[in-house]
Write a protein that binds this ligand. Structure first.
Ligand code: MSP
Length: 745
């Protein structure tokens, strides 16, 4: 790094390994890659980090559900992230895993530093415990368990606490002074009001599970997952190592210039993380930017796979558009090489779409229709068409970019041009400004205005007509117009490069400019000027960049997202996107929760051995016998239809499912009834994991009076069938799609 060269250290959140990546994860990684590429082309010594977050109870449980050790489970899922980023051409400089030895060492060092600085103390939590239910109960000593009626006992559990309460004023001051730059402003205000509401000390160890980094010197505790996870930003650089190369890297790049995160984890990054760093006397990150959530439109696709869109679906589908380019003479290029080229092309499409479609910082809906539509309008018909028609006309005339002769020949020629040099120069500046602010959608819309300007210019002067005119002046005009548009294409392409590195590399080579990566590293893509495409430049070989996407592609992607066969137990399972270990300030977008382990199609609509249908309440179920005896003929009293209609049975979808701390049998569910969302507590924790439930369509008794359990309101009941009072309750569901809120009659 030269003395004048700036460094730029950029991170993504490290992704949980309880589920394979989906386009929500890709969204953050893509945005970070765009930022990293832009900083590199500006000449900054850029370090871009991503990785995986692999500890915690959630992952321990997921591994147990898959029947494999947690490390093996984490290895598999972490590899699926790393491989996807490679497939997409992501240019991260490192990939950190929290199970790496380098990370564990760094986290333990951070913990001991915090201890040595007096920021940690051991304290005991005392509460009422129901031995029979193995659950904590709120209330004074001797309170009776609301579930089983037994008298509770007083128990104590010790935890390490971090003195977070001491940092509120300093954090508020840092945020208000702008030293800690939180973007967008709405998030900054959210964090400030949280901090000003008063901070409580934070429990930073757990004894309830083992899958974590042990507290140094007290191995019965593991370090709280967020302290473990946040430290990745330093451990990846070498924090905690004695190796001089690691120390030098850490000193060179720390603190982070930008932590890019999803909006739900802002509190961890803007409050806990700065407080940990202050307590350890380490420099604080300069900026934290939170983007919004990708939501998946609630239409036919949600019925099949719980609203997940896999990045692979888009890569595979768009790769089919790319005709395999003709092999260069003499070059031996493998199938893998072409396959990778196709992935990079498809990845560009996704990159463009996500950043153009959704204003960065806001939530946005994802849909395959919109993806294909925007691809066709902006890329195939817009940029791609401009490039191919301009460059093919130049190629037909010999492929040379020629000198500007027209001004001398006909000074009035430019008088009323659609193409205005000053507007172009201004648009370049504005685009740079928007990119700097991470307003990708605005920047792309400016670039589109340049494409529209070039198209308008072509329409104004119709070079395709001029080229066939016998008048030599017309020929010069045609040359000038085509040369000018080619010069605009160079500017447009340079501006688009961070967003679409693959496609722009192709256009750059077709312009006869060689490698765009090289141009980026030489600083030729910044401070863009009009004259960058010199006369005498010979265009490279042409090939279509953005073939039109047929409408069928939408269906193909829909079909690819249809449920597959139930997963084998030895495969990593797809689990919902929930922060059960991490008491996140905001719930994750329900629309983006991952497919349940057993997908809807794998769920029997009616269990053959389930003979009675009943609402689920907390109970003590027993396993279903392999050969269940047929239940006795029902002897329930007859009711009139009037009695039945009093029960308001409705179709609902489970959007949140989580365990209730210290209540082993109960799950807290949030269900979407179409017309409203509400909370239901259900005693099915022994039979269903939260992960299995999210996304499932069920039947709810909607007009049941609300009641309180464990201090939480439960409003409604789920319907399920079981063989007898002790059998596994099998949730009632639907074999065909039905709108939420529909009434069962
Ligand atoms: N492991 C923690 C982060 C620790 S960082 C020290 C975590 N992991 S996560 O896998 O649940 O998600 C992390 C990030 O993935 C989100 O903050 C966000 O950047 C991205 N996204 C995951 N789902 C997303 C959407 N549906 N939409 C947009 N981004 C999403 O939290």
């Amino acid at each position: 790094m030269s003395e004048t060269q700036k460094k730029f250290y950029l991170t993504t959140p490290i992704y949980y390994v309880n589920a394979r990546p989906h386009i929500g994860h890709a969204y953050t990684t893509i945005a970070a890659d765009v930022i990293a590429r832009r900083h590199r082309l500006l000449g900054d010594d850029t370090f871009f980090l991503t990785g995986t977050d692999e500890h915690g109870q959630k992952i321990e449980r997921s591994a147990a559900a898959a029947g494999i050790p947690p490390q093996q489970f984490a290895d598999q899922v972490s590899a699926s992230f790393e491989n996807l980023w490679k497939r997409m051409g992501i240019t991260n400089n490192d990939f950190i895993r929290t199970t790496d030895a380098r990370h564990k060492r760094g986290v333990q060092k951070l913990f001991t530093t915090l201890q040595a600085n007096g920021a940690i103390y051991l304290d005991t939590y005392t509460g009422q415990y129901c031995i029979s239910d193995e659950a904590y109960v709120d209330g004074p000593p001797g309170v009776v368990c609301p579930d089983c009626g037994n008298v509770t006992e007083t128990v104590s559990e010790s935890n390490y606490y971090f003195k977070l309460s001491e940092y509120g004023d300093r954090i508020a001051q840092l945020i208000e002074s702008g030293q800690l730059n939180i973007q967008p402003d709405s998030r900054r205000n959210e964090v400030l009001s949280f901090v000003k509401g008063g901070l409580k000390d934070l429990s930073i160890s757990r004894t309830s599970f083992k899958w974590g980094i042990p507290v140094p010197g007290d191995e019965s505790h593991v370090i709280y997952v967020w302290l473990d996870a946040l430290a990745n930003y330093m451990t990846a650089l070498g924090y905690g190592s004695d190796d001089p190369a690691d120390i030098a890297r850490f000193e060179k790049y720390w603190p982070a210039d930008l932590h890019l995160v999803g909006k739900e984890i802002i509190r961890f990054h803007c409050v806990y993380w700065p407080a940990f760093l202050m307590a350890a006397n380490l420099p604080l990150p300069k900026a934290i930017t939170a983007h919004g959530w990708l939501l998946f439109e609630d239409s036919k696709m949600s019925k099949s796979r719980g609203n997940i869109v896999r990045t692979e679906t888009i890569l595979d589908a768009f790769a089919t558009l790319k005709p395999k380019p003709v092999d260069l003479p003499g070059a031996v290029l493998s199938d893998e090489y072409w396959k990778h080229q196709q992935d990079l092309f498809a990845s560009d499409v996704l990159r463009y779409f996500l950043l153009r479609e959704i204003p960065f910082g806001q939530d946005g809906s994802f849909s395959f229709d919109a993806l294909v539509q925007r691809y066709n309008s902006d890329l195939a018909n817009g940029y791609g068409n401009l490039v191919s028609r301009t460059l093919s006309m130049i190629t037909k005339r010999g492929g040379l970019i020629t000198e500007d002769k027209i001004a001398a020949l006909d000074p009035n020629f430019m008088a009323n041009d659609v193409l205005s040099y000053s507007v172009i120069a201004q648009t370049i500046q504005e685009t740079e400004f928007e990119l700097e602010k991470l307003s990708f959608a605005a920047a792309l819309s400016k670039i589109l205005s340049l494409i529209a300007m070039a198209d308008g210019y072509m329409t104004q002067y119709t070079p395709w007509k001029l080229v066939s005119s016998p008048d030599p002046i017309d020929q010069h005009k045609a040359e000038f117009i085509l040369g000018s548009v080619a010069r605009m294409i160079r500017i447009i392409t340079a501006l688009l490069y961070p967003v679409m590195p693959y496609a722009t590399a192709k256009v750059w080579a077709q312009l006869g400019l060689g490698s765009i990566e090289e141009a980026a590293s030489k600083g030729e893509l910044k401070d863009l000027q009009w004259g960058g495409l010199k006369s005498g430049t010979k265009l490279g070989p042409l090939a279509p960049i953005f073939p039109r996407a047929p409408k069928e592609l939408i269906q193909i992607m829909n079909d690819m997202e249809q449920p597959t066969a139930p997963q084998k137990p030895d495969q990593p399972v797809d689990l919902p996107h929930v922060n059960s270990d991490h008491d996140a300030a905001v719930l994750k977008p329900s629309a983006f929760r991952e497919a349940p382990i057993s997908s809807l199609s794998a769920t029997p609509a009616l269990n053959p051995i389930a003979q009675s249908i009943h609402p689920i309440s907390a109970h003590h179920p027993q396993p279903i016998p392999a050969q269940a005896a047929a239940p006795a003929t029902p002897d329930t009293p007859t009711i009139a239809i009037d009695d039945f209609v009093k029960i308001d049975l409705r179709v609902a979808r489970i959007i949140v499912a989580e365990r209730i701390p210290k209540a082993d049998k109960l799950l807290r569910l949030e269900v979407d009834l179409g017309y409203e969302k509400r909370q239901i507590l259900s005693g099915i924790a022994e039979w269903y994991t939260p992960e299995e439930l999210i996304g499932r369509k069920i039947v709810v008794i909607a007009n049941l009076a609300p009641r309180k359990m464990r201090g939480l309101e439960s409003h409604g009941m789920l319907l399920a069938a079981s063989h007898d009072d002790h059998g596994k309750p099998i949730l009632a569901t639907f074999a065909e799609d039905i709108a939420l809120g529909s009434r069962l009659r």
